[in-house]
Design a protein around this ligand. Structure first.
Ligand SMILES: Cc1cc2nc3c(=O)[nH]c(=O)nc-3n(C[C@H](O)[C@H](O)[C@H](O)COP(=O)(O)OP(=O)(O)OC[C@H]3O[C@@H](n4cnc5c(N)ncnc54)[C@H](O)[C@@H]3O)c2cc1C
Length: 427
C-alpha cells in the first residue's frame, strides 16, 4: 500500500532550507558522479515533503499503472477506478486547501503529474482534467455551495469531471464559441444550455461537466456546471470519439447539449469572458509542462537500455556509436532543462508571481522538445519501434497530442510574441 500525501506545513512552500556548506571553489579532487537520470540535480531543489510525495507517486505509478497501460492503450480503454486510486492517495486537486485535498505546493503537484506521465500521458490527462480543469475551476470560481457539493467527492475520485471548451468550429479561437445559455422557456430559475463541444477528455464518463458558453444577456462567456444525473433524457449526449492515434489510454468524447435545463445557481457567479477558462488552463498547462518531462525521461531510459543491449557490427552495442550517443545526449539535456524550468515556474506560482506567458513558454518548450527528442530516440529501436511492446511509439503518439491540446505550440508562440513585441498576431 502507498501512504497518502501528508502535508508537512513547515516545508510546504519554500525551497528546502539547507545550511550552505562551503567547500571552496574547485576544491574537490573528485567531482560528484554524473547522474544521467537527474543530470542537473533537480532533486536538490526540492523540499523533503516534495521528495516524499514524488517517491510515493512514482511507486504507485510504476507498480499499479504501468502493468495496465499496454492493454488499456490497445483496447482504448480507461479504467475509471484509477481516479479512485489516485483519490485515495491524495493526488487529485492536490494543491487545493481543504475539502479533503492534500494542499501541497505547485512543485509537488508538478512532480505528481511527472510520475503519472512517466507511465502515460493519457493517464495524466484524465487526472489533470479532474484536478486542474474542473476541481481547480470550482475552487477558483465556484460558490461555497459548489465547493461543498462537488470537491470532497471529486477529491476521492468518486465523482468525475470534464471540461468543455473546444467546439467543432472553434478550437484555438474559443472566444468565438457558439454554445449559448438562455432563460429556460418553462422552468423558472433555470437556464437552457445548447451547443456542442468536441475532443473533451473524460466526457463519456463524467458526472459533472464544466461547460463554457455565452450568456444570453451579455454575450459573455460563463462557466456552467452540468450534472449528468439532473439532465432530462435527450438534453445531454456525450458520445466517445473512438479510434484515436494517441492518448488511447484516456477517454475522449463530445458533449451535445440540446436545450438542457441548468439551475441558474450552477453558473459560476463572478467570472466572465475568457479569463474563466484561461485561468484553469494555466494551471493545467503548468501540469503538462512538468508532466511531459516524465514521459521524455521514460523514453530516454528505454532507449538507453535498448542501446546497451542491442548489438550491431562486430558485436558492439548500439550505445557505442557516436550518433546514438548524441541522440541520448540531446534528449537528456532537454529533459533536465525542462525539469528545472518547471520547478522554477512552480516556485513562482507558489509565491503568486508567475506570469501566464511563463507557463506558455514552458508548455511550448517542454512539449516541443519532448516530441522532437522522443521521435529521434524512436530511431534507436529500429524495426522494433513499430511494436507497441517497446512503448516508444506510444509516447511519440501521445506527445503529438500534448503539443496540440491546451493551446497548440504555435498559439503559445503567438502569446509569447505578443508579450515580447506588444503586437497582437492572432488575427
Ligand atoms: C485527445 C485530446 C483531448 C482533448 N481534451 C480537451 C478537453 O478536455 N477540453 C477541451 O476543451 N478541449 C480538449 N481538446 C481540444 C484541444 O484543446 C484542441 O484540439 C486544440 O485547442 C486545438 O484546436 P483545434 O483542434 O480546433 O485546431 P485549430 O484551432 O483548427 O488549429 C489547427 C492548426 O492551426 C494553427 N492555428 C490556428 N490559429 C492560428 C493562428 N491564428 N496563427 C497561426 N496558426 C494558427 C494551430 O496552431 C494548429 O496547428 C483535446 C484534444 C485532443 C486531441
Amino acid at each position: 500500500m502507498y501512504r497518502p500525501l501528508i502535508r508537512n506545513t513547515a516545508s510546504h512552500c519554500a525551497v528546502a532550507a539547507r545550511p550552505i556548506a562551503c567547500k571552496g571553489y574547485a576544491s574537490s579532487a573528485t567531482p560528484p558522479p554524473f547522474n544521467w537520470e537527474d543530470p542537473l540535480n533537480a532533486k536538490s531543489l526540492l523540499t523533503e515533503e516534495e521528495i516524499a510525495i514524488s517517491e510515493t507517486t512514482e511507486a504507485y505509478c510504476q507498480e499499479r499503472l504501468l502493468p495496465r497501460v499496454l492493454q488499456a492503450y490497445r483496447d482504448e480503454h480507461y479504467d475509471k477506478t484509477i481516479l479512485e486510486e489516485m483519490g485515495e492517495l491524495g493526488l487529485l486537486g492536490a494543491t487545493i486547501k481543504g475539502y479533503g485535498c492534500a494542499g501541497v505546493s505547485n512543485v509537488a503537484s508538478g512532480l505528481i503529474t511527472k510520475a503519472v506521465e512517466r507511465v502515460d500521458s493519457g493517464y495524466r490527462s484524465g487526472m489533470s482534467v479532474q484536478s486542474s480543469l474542473v476541481m481547480g475551476a470550482i475552487d477558483m470560481f465556484g460558490t461555497k455551495e459548489h465547493k461543498d457539493k462537488f470537491l470532497p467527492s471529486m477529491a476521492k475520485g468518486k465523482l468525475l469531471g470534464a471540461f468543455g471548451l473546444t467546439e467543432p468550429n472553434h478550437g484555438s479561437d474559443p472566444g468565438a464559441m457558439e454554445a449559448v445559455a438562455k432563460p429556460h422557456p418553462t422552468k423558472k430559475g433555470y437556464l437552457s444550455l445548447s451547443g456542442s463541444k468536441t475532443w473533451i477528455t473524460n466526457s463519456p464518463i463524467a458526472d459533472v461537466l464544466l461547460v463554457w458558453a455565452k450568456y444570453h444577456e451579455t454575450g459573455k462567456i460563463r462557466g456552467f456546471l452540468v450534472e449528468r444525473s439532473q439532465c432530462p433524457p435527450g438534453t445531454l449526449e456525450t458520445p466517445a470519439i473512438k479510434n484515436k492515434n494517441g492518448l488511447r489510454a484516456s477517454l475522449t468524447g463530445m458533449i451535445h447539449l440540446d436545450e438542457c435545463p441548468i439551475p441558474e445557481a450552477n453558473m459560476f457567479p463572478d467570472v466572465e469572458g475568457l479569463r474563466g477558462p484561461f485561468s484553469c488552463l494555466n494551471n493545467a498547462r503548468y501540469g503538462i509542462a512538468f508532466g511531459i518531462t516524465g514521459a521524455l525521461e521514460d523514453a530516454i531510459a528505454r532507449a538507453r537500455t535498448y542501446a546497451l543491449e542491442r548489438k550491431q557490427f562486430k558485436g558492439n552495442p548500439l550505445a557505442k556509436y557516436q550518433l546514438v550517443q548524441k541522440k541520448l545526449a540531446d534528449a537528456t539535456t532537454d529533459a533536465a532543462f525542462g525539469t528545472l524550468a518547471a520547478i522554477q515556474v512552480g516556485r513562482l506560482k507558489d509565491m503568486g508571481e508567475e506570469a501566464p506567458e511563463m507557463i506558455s513558454m514552458i508548455k511550448r518548450q517542454n512539449c516541443d522538445r519532448a516530441l522532437w527528442n522522443a521521435r529521434v530516440l524512436q530511431e534507436i529501436f529500429g524495426g522494433n519501434a513499430a511494436s507497441d511492446e517497446y512503448a516508444i511509439g506510444r509516447h511519440v503518439a501521445n506527445m503529438y497530442v500534448t503539443q496540440t491540446y491546451e493551446g497548440q505550440s504555435d498559439i503559445h508562440s503567438l502569446i509569447l510574441g505578443r508579450a515580447i513585441t506588444g503586437v497582437q498576431a492572432f488575427c
